[in-house]
Design a protein around this ligand. Structure first.
Ligand SMILES: *Cc1c(COP(=O)(O)O)cnc(C)c1O
Length: 215
C-alpha cells in the first residue's frame, strides 16, 4: 500500500538537502521517520539513499524490522517504557528518548554501551516527555556512569506555530554545547528550518519525505 516510491523519496531528499545547506546547516543528518508506514516504504527509503530511520512504537518496530536483511540505522524516537526495551535490543541503534535513569539503567543492562540521547522537555508540554533542562547534566552523568555512550540531546519543539519553537531549540543547543556533547536532534517537517538555523545536527522528517500518515 506504499504510495511513494524510491524515485519520489529521492527527489524530496535532494530538495531537503539543498534546503538545509541553503540555511547554512553543516553536518546535518536526515532521519527519515517511518512510523506507521510499512516495511516496503523502509525499503524504498533505503533505495532512495536514506541511511537513518526513526521509529516511535515498540510493537510496530519489532513487527516491521525483524527479519529485514539489510537494515538502516534505526533511531528510536518515541516515548519508551522500560518493559519494551528488551524486545527492541538488536533492532535499535540509537535510543533518542531517554529521560530518566530507570530507563537508562534498563538499556545499560540489556544493551551495554549503547548509543543514547537524552530527551529534554523544551516545550514545557509535559505530555511529550523529556527531562527538565535543569536536570539534563545530572542525567547525562548518570547514564555515562551506567556505561552508556551519550552522544547528544533530543527535543520536540512546540508545534503550534513553527516560530514558537525557536526558544526551545536555542535552549537545547545551548545545553548541548554546555555539556560538551556533539549531537543535537531537533526539527521535524514543520519546523526544521528554524531548528537548522539554531544548530540542529539531526532533523527527524516523516511527512516531508513520505507524505501524510494514514493514522
Ligand atoms: C513523528 C515524529 C517526527 C516526524 O514528524 P513529521 O512532522 O512527520 O516530520 C519527528 N520526531 C518525533 C519525535 C516524532 O514523533
Amino acid at each position: 500500500m506504499t504510495i511513494v516510491d524510491a524515485t519520489v523519496i529521492s527527489g524530496r531528499l535532494t530538495a531537503l538537502r539543498e534546503r538545509i545547506s541553503r540555511i547554512g546547516g553543516e553536518r546535518v543528518q536526515i532521519i527519515g521517520v517511518t512510523k506507521t508506514h510499512d516495511v516496503e516504504l523502509v525499503r524504498a527509503a533505503m533505495a532512495a539513499g536514506i541511511t537513518e530511520i526513526g521509529e516511535n512504537y515498540a510493537q510496530e518496530t519489532v513487527a516491521k524490522l525483524t527479519g529485514l536483511d539489510a537494515r538502516p540505522t534505526v533511531h528510536f524516537i518515541g516515548q519508551l517504557q522500560r518493559n519494551k526495551v528488551r524486545k527492541l535490543v538488536g533492532l535499535v541503534d540509537v535510543w533518542q528518548t531517554i529521560d530518566r535513569i530507570e530507563l537508562g539503567a534498563e538499556i545499560a543492562k540489556r544493551d551495554p554501551g549503547a548509543r543514547v540521547m537524552v530527551q529534554v522537555d523544551i516545550s514545557g508540554e509535559d505530555a511529550k516527555g523529556g527531562c527538565l533542562p535543569a536536570d539534563t547534566g545530572r542525567l547525562v552523568d548518570d547514564l555515562r556512569g551506567a556505561g552508556l555512550d551519550v552522544i547528544g540531546l533530543m527535543g520536540v519543539g512546540l508545534l503550534a506555530e513553527a516560530a514558537e519553537a525557536r526558544p526551545g531549540f536555542r535552549l537545547l543547543r545551548s545545553l548541548v554545547d554546555e555539556l560538551g556533547l556533539v549531537e543535537c536532534s531537533m526539527g521535524m517537517s514543520g519546523d526544521l528550518d528554524i531548528a537548522v538555523e539554531e544548530g540542529s545536527t539531526m532533523v527527524r522528517v516523516g511527512t516531508g519525505l513520505f507524505g501524510h500518515r494514514q493514522h
